[in-house]
Every structure is written in structure tokens, then in C-alpha cells.
Design a protein around this ligand. Structure first.
Ligand SMILES: [Zn+2]
Length: 582
């Protein structure tokens, strides 16, 4: 259980009165404040669903998470079911966590609380089939996503809003998930600008895996006193082993405790829920060394899940977590992988938390893989994963790393069939049509990511969404947040449908897909990647996960897509996020 004294009292200002006026949310709060507020403050006692505020602590917007699920009726919406027939329903009923009716009538027949959607657009809960939510939950300080800020002013607004909920003197941090390209000014904020956002808290804002970073006056004083080189404008040089690595190590060593990790895990899941992400498939971390060379993506793969598992055990885990086991080792005997395959269970757990497969790395060396030479340890590990009958996922980041992976998978498949094991190649910015066909022949899938959105360059930054969707048998969508890319699925959908990067440049415009297609990849089609066929669409018998959107996804302009978020998120019939707009 978290130490409640560490949390500020719940800020009701983030939860406008429920007066039925849709403007109560949008008019009273900017989207930036809303998102920051959602992560920080959240809502309790929503919509007649019994609150567990006493048990959960005041910063918890997530509701009860017993596996049985809740009962709820939602009426008068535009409910895009993604059932394969393009059905748009008007009402749904939910009992015991699953949809019991999906109707074209305005009023559904169901039990539990009734929510009038007032014509809002509803989509299935977003499944993110490849991200790093567990890393986000283990950030030092009060991590505050900046992935939705479009300018320095919006950075300041987001940090100031967060500061209102964070005890004075505590660190406010942003570690990964954004790039200064997305800010109109094309740079990180200065010390003075961060001081304007909050002078009462030390601030550390760090881009991608290892900076560059920026800090305010309070942060500069503390970091400088602890040996970190900070420039006169608060700038901290990038690089693992550089000043950013030293700053990050200092923050981890001084701020991370079991309590603060639990708080971070709650915030991470709440942030996801505020965007409509209801299922996360986590893909692990680079193994931490405890040295300044560690970047944002480093953690201890053997203990980092604990805060999430503790939240599950105490009924505070509101959204679904699936766990892959990342493995990097250069010994061809792959002792770590062998131990994992012998001693862990794939697909073990329940509807809230379940283990998955091996990934996003199997063995070998990360850089060798990147260079297209995965090497003997990777090959040995890959064969062992197949022999054990496990799912396996690898990523491809270049134009020369997918061929050796797919070709070796073909060799493995000749010895040990993998066609039923749902192996996955992720990101694939440069994959060709020939190799998409070869992936199909292996029964494998392609997880597409808009990670190039933040910092890719055109004209074909990739992935080739159009070619892959036209040719792939199993295709899904993921964010690869929280270092190289944002978690926000609406940013990834914007990129997939426009090909426009965060700086406004056309970097992938010849390979776009439609809004219907990318939403399907992020929902119904991602069920295959999770390995569960009762998630991802709004159909009778499936898990009752849905998102009531802030605006009509199918009608808004391209730019407005980037501002979409959830006003109400339901997981298994439980409300896990409520912006008070209904
Ligand atoms: Zn990843």
C-alpha cells in the first residue's frame, strides 16, 4: 500500500461539475492541463461505481480491478464496434465484465449504472501491443508526460498543472517519450522558462533515451552539488555516461523506493487510461547496470514488475498488463534464457495481468542486431524459444536487420514449426513486400509503430503502412513508447494516416492508411498479438473495454486528431478514467 502522506489531497479542480454540459471539461480546462491533471489527480467515486478511495489513496483514478468485472449500461452513443462489419451501435449493456448486448436502439437493456453518452463517439479500448509502460512506472520523480505539448508554453502549462498536485520540493521529471521537434520553438525549454512553470520544485526534462536534458534553478542547484555538469541555461548534455546519464543515475538512486515506484505505476496506468489505452503489452528494458551509462530504457528486468504486481494484488490495477520477457546475452549457451524458459510460464495469469513471450529481444547484442548481424547467441536463443514452444518477438529498426531475422526464422521453422506460435517482428520501417510475404508464410505478425513521427526524416521514413496493410496476414499497431516514441495512440494514428512528422514535415506521405484501418489495427487486429480472441472489439461475449472520446475521431481534422483523448474509459465494465464530461 502506498504511503498516503506522500500524496497531495485530491484536487477537485481537475474534475469539473457533472452538469451535462460538454464544455464543462473542454471549456474549463485546456487539454494540456486536462492530461496532466488526469495523470496527477484523477477522479474518484465516478458514475455510481463504488469508489475504493479509502483503499486506493487519493491520487488513484483507477477503480476496482477484481477479475469478475462490473455491470454498466451505456446509451445514446455512436459506438464503433470494429466487429468486421462496420457496425455502429447506439447502446451497449455490460454484465460481469463482458458485453451482453450491443444494440442499434438508443436505450440498451442492462443492469448497473446507466451512462448517457449524449451522442459521443465510442471505440473499443486501445490495445498497445508493444510499449514500455513498466519503464514509465519506474521513473524517478513525479514523471509528467510532455508528449502532447506543441510549444514551450504548453510544456510550461503541463508542468505548472502537475506542480499544483506535487508536494513542494519534490522532483517533477519528464524522462523520454518526446522530442523538441514537436515544440514550435524546436528546442528544449530553458532554465528561466522552467522556473516560470514552477519555482517550488526541481525539474528535470530529458529527451528520448539519454537526453539532451534541461533543468530549472532548483534542479540545477541540486544536480550541480552532486557532480552533474549543468549549463548556464539549465542545459544538460546528452549521452549515456554523459551529464544526462549522471543526472538520471542520481535521481534514481535518491528518489526510487517501493512506495514511489508504486505511485509511478499508478500514474503510468492512469495516463494510459486518460488516452484510452486499456491493454499494454510491455516489452521490457535494457538491463540496468547502476552506472551513468544507463539511459531512460534501463531498469532491472527481474524486479521492475513488482510495483505493478503489488497494485494488482491490492486491487488498484485498473487496466490490463501483458508482460514479455526481454533477453539480451552474448553467451551462446544463453543461460538466462534457458532459466526463463524452464522456470516461467507463458500466457500465465488472468484477464488483468498475464505473461506473454520472449521479446522484444531474444539474445545476442543489441548493436549487432541493429547492424544486421544478430549473431550466434541470438540464433541459439531463437531456436530455444521455438523448441520451448514460446512466442517470440524481435524488433527491426533499419533496412538491413529484418532479412537475417526472417531468414533465420525460416531455418528454425524447418526444424521446429513456429507457424502456430505467433512470432512478431516489430516496427519494420524499411521492410519490403517480399519479406512481408515470407513473414506470412511463417504465420508471424508485423507490429507497426509510428516511432518515426518524433524525429524521422522523409520521404519514406516508414513503416510502409499501406504496403504492409495491403499484404500482411497479421498486422497490428503499437506505440513503442516511452523513450523513442510517445504512448499517445492518437499521435501514432495521426502519423499513420497523414505521414506528417512532429515538426510538420511530410516524411511518410506515400504510405498512409485510413482512419478506419489504423483504428482497426489498434483494436480488433491487435487481439492476435495479445493472443486473446475476446478483446479488441465491442461484441457480445467480449471483454467490456471501451473509450468514450473527446471528439468524433472520424470527423475531426487531421490536426485535431492529435488532441483526441478519453473522457471515459471502461475496462471490464469498470470505469477507470472519468474526465467528468458526461
Ligand atoms: Zn520497444
Amino acid at each position: 500500500m502506498s504511503d498516503e502522506s506522500a500524496f497531495p489531497p485530491e484536487e477537485k479542480e481537475h474534475r469539473p461539475a457533472k452538469n451535462g454540459d460538454e464544455k464543462s471539461e473542454e471549456g474549463g480546462l485546456s487539454r494540456r492541463k486536462f492530461l496532466a491533471g488526469a495523470a496527477a489527480a484523477g477522479a474518484a467515486g465516478v458514475l455510481g461505481v463504488p469508489s475504493i478511495a479509502g483503499a486506493a489513496g487519493p491520487s488513484v483514478p483507477l477503480q476496482v480491478s477484481d477479475v469478475g468485472g462490473g455491470s454498466l449500461t451505456l446509451v445514446n452513443g455512436r459506438i464503433h464496434t470494429m466487429n468486421g462489419s462496420g457496425t455502429v451501435a447506439r447502446s451497449v449493456a455490460i454484465a460481469n465484465g463482458r458485453f451482453t448486448s450491443v444494440d442499434s436502439g438508443a436505450s440498451g437493456a442492462g443492469g448497473g449504472s446507466v451512462i448517457n453518452l449524449r451522442g459521443r463517439t465510442v471505440v473499443p479500448g486501445i490495445i498497445d501491443n508493444h510499449n514500455h509502460i513498466v519503464l514509465m512506472g519506474n521513473r524517478p520523480g513525479f514523471h509528467t508526460p510532455l508528449e502532447n505539448a506543441n510549444s514551450i508554453a504548453e510544456v510550461q502549462e503541463t508542468l505548472a498543472s502537475r506542480a499544483a498536485d506535487v508536494p513542494s520540493g519534490e522532483w517533477i521529471t519528464t524522462i523520454g517519450g518526446f522530442h523538441f521537434n514537436q515544440f514550435a520553438e524546436g528546442r528544449l525549454p530553458t532554465k528561466d522558462e522552467l522556473d516560470e512553470a514552477t519555482a517550488d520544485h526541481p525539474v528535470f526534462v530529458s529527451q528520448s533515451f539519454s537526453g539532451p536534458s534541461a533543468t530549472n534553478s532548483a534542479g540545477s542547484a541540486i544536480l550541480s552539488a552532486n557532480g552533474v555538469t549543468v549549463g548556464p541555461d539549465g542545459e544538460i548534455a546528452s549521452g549515456g555516461g554523459g551529464a544526462t546519464g549522471e543526472a538520471l543515475l542520481y535521481l534514481r538512486q535518491t528518489l526510487l523506493t517501493p512506495d514511489t515506484r508504486r505511485r509511478g505505476a499508478i500514474d503510468a496506468m492512469a495516463y494510459g487510461a486518460s488516452l484510452g489505452v486499456t491493454t499494454h503489452l510491455d516489452q521490457g528494458a535494457f538491463q540496468a547496470t547502476g552506472q551513468p551509462s544507463d539511459g531512460a530504457a534501463h531498469e532491472d528486468n527481474f524486479s521492475m514488475h513488482e510495483p505493478f504486481l503489488e497494485l494488482y494484488a491490492s486491487g488498484q490495477l485498473g487496466t490490463r498488463l501483458r508482460i514479455n520477457f526481454l533477453n539480451l546475452e552474448e553467451d551462446t549457451d544463453t543461460p538466462m534464457l534457458v532459466a526463463r524458459l524452464k522456470n516461467a510460464f507463458p500466457f500465465f495469469g488472468n484477464d488483468l495481468v498475464r505473461t506473454g513471450g520472449i521479446g522484444e529481444f531474444t539474445a545476442g547484442d543489441f548493436v549487432d542486431l541493429f547492424l544486421g548481424n544478430p549473431g550466434p547467441a541470438w540464433e541459439a536463443g531463437t531456436l530455444r524459444a521455438a523448441q520451448a514452444g514460446w512466442r517470440n518477438e524481435n524488433h527491426s529498426l533499419t533496412g538491413n536487420d529484418f532479412q537475417p531475422i526472417i531468414e533465420y526464422w525460416e531455418e528454425v521453422n524447418a526444424q521446429v514449426p513456429i507457424t502456430d506460435l505467433r512470432w512478431v517482428l516489430a516496427h519494420v520501417p524499411q521492410i519490403t513486400q517480399e519479406y512481408v510475404g515470407r513473414i506470412n508464410d511463417l504465420g508471424a505478425g508485423l507490429s507497426l509503430t509510428g516511432w518515426q513521427y518524433l524525429n524521422g526524416s522523409g520521404p519514406a521514413a516508414g513503416p510502409p503502412f499501406r504496403m504492409i496493410v495491403d499484404n500482411g496476414d497479421h498486422v497490428g499497431m503499437s506505440s513503442d513508447g516511452m523513450q523513442i516514441a510517445p504512448m499517445n495512440p492518437w499521435l501514432h494514428m495521426y502519423f499513420a494516416t497523414t505521414g506528417i512528422g512532429s515538426a510538420g514535415d511530410p516524411i511518410n506521405v506515400n504510405q498512409t492508411i485510413t482512419r478506419q484501418e489504423v483504428l482497426r489495427l489498434y483494436t480488433a487486429d491487435n487481439a492476435w498479438f495479445i493472443g486473446e480472441d475476446d478483446l479488441g472489439s465491442i461484441e457480445v461475449g467480449k471483454h467490456a473495454d471501451l473509450v468514450v472520446l473527446s471528439d468524433d475521431y472520424f470527423a475531426v481534422s487531421d490536426d485535431e486528431m492529435k488532441d483526441l483523448h478519453s473522457v471515459l474509459t471502461v475496462v471490464g465494465g469498470r470505469v477507470v478514467h472519468d474526465a467528468g464530461a458526461l
